[in-house]
Design a protein around this ligand. Structure first.
Ligand code: GDP
Ligand code: MG
Length: 722
């Protein structure tokens, strides 16, 4: 009679290395039934009675990825004689999470602590005796790579299989245990006694796959739902999080008992910082404060001094007048002077003017990423996002998107669940990317005297848009269902490494500068041409004597009515918003060119700065109009490059159109409410039809946010079809 040993462990714990060490050449490689994930089986080279199966690497036994489903179905239905759980000893704590779940399966088990060679080198050790007492199964220390302990591990597995030594069930706190007992009592008679605990836990976790498998009758379902709802209310947390926390409490207990790190043993500095930084209450205020400081330095003070210097002195006093007088001296035609100075230099210069602010911003964000803080933020946001049915995994794309939306959208690939991935693709571009930041800095500079709150608000408006959209979309039947939990390792903090920070700052900054020299340059020339020609009274170049509305003005006016209810229904703001689709920097570039071209005609005192012209000419000097403009441009359809990324990742024309349409409608709704309600607050008066429209939009949004979610049945069947 043969013995079947299942190798189970996290990805990269050394399963395959151990498998090869145990089986030598004598192995069969195929695919798991129905899927193209490698299935490896082999005979132990010391005893052909023993078959070893290499299961896919997994972090947990939830049903969220194909690997997890394969592994747990194998364990539940193929009845292996023994689990050989491999733990990467250098990641002891994280690996124990899976072990805790395996203990609930009531299958004989042996734990092999792998990477013993590395542990020894680090000077860490794991107390095998104490760990045996905690887990109730045999523990072997091995190094799969060096081949030490490998044979002992297989022998221990044979012993466990023949003696049927199952590990001790993990015991949680009383209330949780009571609930689990209750759930066990509700299981159908068809479930074997040995799997009671497993299914009770799965019911507690609301594991869709397991719930469907159990096929409970309606009354039992209702009883269970009521009990779980009560638990969630008592604990103010969802059941899946409750049990995750309980498991980690247990793991913490085991680790503190059994693991001796080389370090002093007391809480590491990282741990101490994390106690404060990821604290349930303080985490969000600290995050807000950190971001405020980032924007205060970059958009409010130090970065701004640089930008003011580049805009007002470098371009305003040196380059623009210098180039103008140089060209005049050369006696070139007026139109050429204007093309070079007002068109190209003013357009490109307006974008380049923001380089100092952007560099400071990228520098600070790179520091936060490099030292490990941003990883904590993802962890913190997971808690916030989960409250709304979103996964913390969606936050990683958002982090990437603060640089550029394109890699941000591509980062959504790591999200296994299709519906969560689609939702993340749809909302990632709401986060202000580095090309949108100049719009924000421009509004802050031209209308708010560089108040850092503007940039801070822009960031949190983007984040708010993601959350609000998440709530709305989750209530629709396409996106209904629980969010996948998010397990991530928090690396220790370390002092930012100058090389890393500077490299990442420069990479972002350089791509910004490059676009100014290419796309923005080309767009500025085109804008200049369209704004220099007129068809009023015959096609002609506009001069002081021979005026008339420019082609650009005509084009802008064709669409300006669309934005009138948002407060910026003039042709200049319209044109720059539309050109923002080419590249978001072009919003600022357009203003640069248009303000430079308008400057000569204006009856403004002295020599007005770019900011002064933009504020008075395009925003009617109104901060409210500026904010409404900023919100629309932050949230509406992203640039062509990002739209292309959405198209690629959605891989479906309908979803692509829906995503982009959704962003535009959402942006319009937000701007409309901002401007219409804002008018009453700021001016004490407003537009009646506009206010009515904004009120309808508000009521509609509140309805979409607070209505009952789409039917659960649907969510389940959707999950099955994934
Ligand atoms: P799997 O993903 O669980 O199949 O892990 P692999 O067997 O592919 O191993 C992942 C990595 O860990 C490889 O680079 C192995 O060489 C390495 N590795 C595996 N076991 C040991 C070990 O005992 N000591 C050391 N130092 N490295 C190991
Ligand atoms: Mg492997």
């Amino acid at each position: 009679m043969g013995i079947k040993v299942a190798l189970v462990g996290n990805p990269n714990c050394g399963k395959t290395t151990l498998f090869n060490a145990l089986t030598g050449t004598n192995q069969r490689i195929g695919n798991w039934p129905g899927v193209t994930i490698e299935k490896k089986e082999g005979k132990w080279k010391e005893n052909a009675e023993v078959t070893i199966v290499d299961l896919p690497g997994i972090y947990s036994l939830s049903p969220y990825s194909l690997e997890e489903v394969i592994a747990r179905n194998y364990l539940l239905t193929e009845n292996p004689d023994v689990i050989l759980n491999i733990i990467d000893g250098t990641n002891f704590e994280r690996n124990l999470y899976l072990t805790t779940q395996l203990r609930e399966m009531d299958i004989p088990m042996v734990v092999a602590i792998n990477m013993a060679d590395l542990l020894e080198r680090n000077g860490s050790s794991i107390d095998l005796k104490k760990l045996t007492r905690e887990l109730g199964c045999e523990i072997v220390s091995i190094s799969a790579l060096k081949g030490t302990g490998v044979s002992e591990a297989a022998k221990a597995a044979m012993r466990a299989a023949s003696n049927n030594t199952t590990p001790i069930l993990p015991v949680y706190e009383n209330e949780l245990e009571d609930t689990l007992k209750f759930l066990e009592s509700k299981l159908p008679a068809s479930v074997p006694q040995t799997q009671h605990r497993w299914y009770a836990v799965k019911l507690f976790e609301k594991d869709e796959e397991a719930v469907t498998h159990l096929d409970l009758d309606e009354t039992t379902k209702a009883e269970i739902d009521a009990r779980l709802a009560q638990v969630e209310k008592d604990k103010d947390d969802d059941t899946e999080s409750i049990i995750t926390v309980a498991r980690y409490d247990l793991i913490e207990h085991i680790t503190s008992n059994c693991l001796k790190k080389h370090s002093t043993g007391e809480l590491s500095i990282s741990g101490k910082i994390d106690r404060v930084v990821t604290n349930r209450i303080l985490a969000l205020p600290i995050f807000a404060l950190v971001m405020w400081v980032v924007y205060y330095i970059s958009i409010g003070t130090i970065g701004t001094w640089g930008t003011d210097f580049v805009n007002d002195t470098f371009f305003g006093e040196w380059i623009l007048p210098g180039a103008a007088s140089l060209l005049e001296g050369m006696g070139t035609a007026d139109w050429l002077n204007s093309l070079v100075v007002d068109g190209a230099i003013a357009g490109v210069g307006a974008v380049l003017g923001f380089v100092p602010q952007m560099l400071v911003l990228f520098f600070l964000l790179s520091i936060l990423e490099d030292c490990g803080y941003m990883a904590r933020v993802a962890f913190i946001m997971d808690r916030v996002f989960r409250k709304f049915g979103l996964s913390g995994k969606s936050f990683i794309p958002l982090l990437v998107a603060t640089g550029c939306g394109v890699p941000g959208i591509m980062a959504s690939r790591t999200i296994e669940q299709d519906r969560d991935r689609k939702m993340t693709i749809m909302t990632t571009a709401f986060i202000p990317c580095s090309a949108k930041m100049p719009i924000v800095a421009l509004i802050a500079g031209a209308l708010f005297n560089n108040n850092p709150w503007v940039a801070f608000a822009a960031y949190f408006i983007g984040l708010g848009a993601v959350i609000v959209s998440g709530i709305i979309l989750k209530k629709t039947r396409w996106f209904a269902g629980e969010a996948a939990p998010f397990v991530m390792e928090l690396p220790d903090y370390h002092a930012p490494i100058a090389g890393n920070v500077l490299r990442s700052t420069w990479e972002r900054g350089w791509s910004f500068i490059k676009r100014a020299g290419t796309v923005i340059f080309a767009a500025s020339v085109i804008i200049w041409i369209l704004n220099s020609l007129s068809v009023d009274g015959g096609f002609h170049y506009i001069t002081e004597e021979n005026g008339g509305a420019s082609l650009l003005e005509n084009i802008g006016n064709m669409f300006a009515w669309i934005f009138a209810p948002l407060g910026f229904g003039n042709w200049q703001a319209t044109v720059s918003t539309i050109l923002g689709l080419v590249a978001k920097e072009e919003v600022v570039g357009t203003f640069g060119t248009l303000s430079s071209m308008a400057n000569a005609d204006l009856a403004m005192e002295g020599d007005p700065t770019m900011y002064a012209v933009i504020a008075s000419e395009f925003f009617a000097g109104s901060g409210l109009v500026g904010i409404s403009f900023m919100i629309f441009n932050l949230l509406c359809a992203p640039c062509f490059a990002a739209m292309g990324a959405i198209k690629r990742e959605m891989n479906n024309p309908k979803w692509t159109a829906f995503a982009i349409g959704y962003m535009c409608v959402f942006a319009y709704a937000m701007s409309l409410m901002t401007y219409q309600f804002g008018s009453w607050l700021v001016y004490g008066t407003g537009d009646i039809p506009g206010t009515i429209a904004a009120t309808i939009v508000l009521v509609g949004m509140l309805y979409l946010m607070f209505r009952k979610p789409a039917a659960k049945e649907h969510a389940v069947s959707l999950a099955k079809s994934v």
